[in-house]
Design a protein around this ligand. Structure first.
Ligand SMILES: Nc1ncnc2c1ncn2[C@@H]1O[C@H](COP(=O)(O)OP(=O)(O)O)[C@@H](O)[C@H]1O
Ligand SMILES: [Mg+2]
Length: 248
């Protein structure tokens, strides 16, 4: 479970909140798509959630643990796939997975079983013996995803995970996201691509300029708009003034 309560982030001396009083709850077993255009505040929200940034106001909890008062316990609950690919080029895939397993204190038998299973799932078994420096962007994304699952976290957080993935890798990742949610995990990911959110998610939240504008199941959002597609809704919301949209 993830819960943002009035979570607000103002960077430096900016006069505008990058994230403005976000209230958002994602339960166990939910695959939640955090949808919004570039600059909407998605990464900011995720960085508050993973403890990389401190909220200016409000709180963020992971399974009831406040990320700012008990960051270590909160981080143990989370598997995080960041939007950048700055991973350890000098290591092989296996060395990287062992490193992540050490960080999270995963036993030898658990790490081996999980790594083998996920390498298989993501079609990375062979590549795991090679150095990460030789990987394509998609392969780096996949080994990062596996590293983020090595401690079997109840919460999986992914920032723009489909960017740079070829269709096959994207498919495999989406299947794994669905599978984990089905097994009871909370899966929270950001995207600026409507189709991804629409097809994949149990719940979608649309954020723009730091404000969560609407949320609900994709079908529910479509229904609310009559026959209009979620696409029209997305374009309308992100094209207009958030204050006006909120007033509707
Ligand atoms: N480190 C930072 N310092 C100052 N402003 C930032 C920083 N990171 C992001 N911002 C600003 O905060 C807003 C939200 O950015 P971000 O959370 O990265 O959006 P998204 O991930 O939805 O594209 C943007 O206006 C961005 O310019
Ligand atoms: Mg971002």
């Amino acid at each position: 479970m993830i819960e943002f309560v009035q979570a607000t982030k103002i960077y430096g001396k900016s006069d505008r909140a990058a994230l403005d009083h976000l209230n958002l709850r994602v339960g166990d077993g939910c695959l939640y798509g955090f949808l919004g255009p570039n600059g909407a505040g998605k990464t900011t929200a995720i960085r508050l959630l993973t403890g990389a940034l401190r909220a200016t106001e409000g709180t963020v909890q992971v399974n009831g643990i406040d990320v700012s008062t008990d960051p270590v316990a909160a981080k143990k609950m989370i598997g995080f796939v960041p939007d950048s690919q700055e991973i350890y080029d000098k290591l092989t895939g296996w060395e990287y997975l062992n490193f992540m397993a050490d960080v999270f204190d995963v036993s030898e038998s658990d790490r081996k079983a999980r790594a083998e299973q996920y390498l298989e799932t993501f079609e990375m078994t062979e590549a795991a013996s090679s150095r990460i420096a030789s990987y394509s962007r998609g392969m780096k994304q996949k080994i990062t995803a596996i590293g983020a699952l090595i401690h079997n976290p109840p919460v999986w957080v992914l920032d723009e995970p489909m960017v740079g993935l070829d269709p096959r890798a994207s498919f495999l990742l989406k299947e794994e996201m669905k599978r984990r949610a089905r097994d009871g995990a909370t899966v929270f990911f950001s995207t600026h691509v409507l189709e991804v959110a629409e097809k994949l998610c149990d719940q979608v939240g649309i954020i723009d300029r730091g404000h969560l504008l609407v949320e609900g199941a994709p079908e529910e959002l479509q229904e609310r708009m009559g026959d209009a597609s979620l696409e029209k809704l997305f374009l309308e919301l992100t094209g207009g003034d958030p204050a006006e949209v909120e007033a509707k």
